[in-house]
Write a protein that binds this ligand. Structure first.
Ligand SMILES: C[S@@+](CC[C@H](N)C(=O)[O-])C[C@H]1O[C@@H](n2cnc3c(N)ncnc32)[C@H](O)[C@@H]1O
Length: 295
């Protein structure tokens, strides 16, 4: 673990819609709010499974998404190292290490808040969060036994560079699992309603854009990934998206009674969450997918 983290470099790369500085600022200010979304600090939407989750208990769905990712990673019970590329507060890392006690996890984030507070939550475990850009990490080539990217690659627009870096650091035969929202068509072909949701979502959540799903699949294959499996799980994710209109007013009411000011990035987070709901209604334009790709 030490050799992987000792030569950390932090590369500043500018995107047209979301700069790394904007992403960092967003998460430094808004991460704290996610305790309201998930007591396990899962910063993603959930996966509804009739047998394993309760649609009224959000965390059961958020953790089920972690479990679905674990199933697709096909990790063994041996000592292995997994990279979480855009790890948030390490919610997924902690979930995976609980299931596989010999697993080491290495999370990367741009946010100083997540680096400090996330590492506190990981204390005593085999996991560590480092401040790195997932588009250009200091990790050795062929060093990871698995990689996950849960609602994180959208910040770089699911760019070719991002996917290529994930390919470089994975060992041959090992898997990358991505869970995220994607476009079903080119942004220039979106109707007015979809376009408004898309632009609002990107602006308020500091996303460079969402990849167009068939283009991302093509890019993964071109980079060298094999066995690329693309699953549309929009309907499984919908029950957790439906929590948004209830969770947000409750969050605001709580802040009001605690006499706490709602910060600018928290407002952005709340507004973007509403846009995710309106985007979800445009099923011909947006979808939520799990992508599994093997090196
Ligand atoms: C919505 S959060 C998801 C966190 C985590 N995957 C989860 O599901 O709980 C997005 C994460 O991506 C990270 N991120 C965004 N762009 C990044 C980049 N270029 N390099 C590293 N991390 C990045 C953010 O710092 C944040 O931790």
């Amino acid at each position: 673990m030490k050799t992987l983290t000792s030569t950390i470099t932090y590369n500043q790369k500018e995107h047209s819609n979301a700069t790394t500085a904007e992403i960092k600022h967003f998460y430094d200010e808004a991460t704290d709010d996610y305790t309201f979304w998930s007591k396990d600090y899962n910063m993603h939407f959930g996966y509804y499974s009739m047998r394993r989750s309760n649609p009224f208990y959000r965390d059961t769905m958020l953790n089920e998404m972690n479990r679905q990712v674990l199933l697709r990673l096909q990790l063994s019970n041996d000592k292995q190292t997994l990279g979480d590329l855009g790890c948030g507060m390490g919610g997924t890392m902690r979930f995976l290490m609980k299931q596989l006690p010999l697993l080491y996890t290495l999370g990367v984030t741009l946010s100083d808040f997540q680096l400090q507070e996330g590492n506190k939550l990981l204390k005593g475990s085999k996991g560590v969060i480092v401040k790195e850009n997932y588009e250009n990490t200091s990790f050795k080539s062929n060093s990871l036994d698995g990689a996950v990217a849960m609602e994180s690659f959208c910040h770089s627009g699911h760019s070719y560079t991002t996917l290529k870096e994930a390919y470089r650091i994975l060992k041959p035969g090992k898997r990358l699992v991505i869970t995220d929202a994607f476009l079903k068509k080119d942004p220039s072909l979106l109707c007015l309603g979809s376009k408004m949701s898309y632009e609002g979502l990107c602006k308020k959540w500091s996303l460079d854009g969402l990849g167009v799903i068939h283009q991302v699949e093509k890019n993964l294959k071109e980079i060298g990934f094999s066995s690329v499996v693309v699953e549309d799980i929009s309907l499984k994710v919908a029950p957790s998206v439906l929590h948004v209109p209830f969770a947000i007013p409750l969050f605001l009411i709580k802040q009001f009674f605690k006499n706490k000011k709602v910060r600018e990035q928290s407002w952005n987070n709340l507004i973007a969450s509403f846009y995710s709901l309106t985007a979800g209604l445009h099923r011909n334009a947006f979808g939520y997918y799990i992508i599994t790709a093997e090196k």
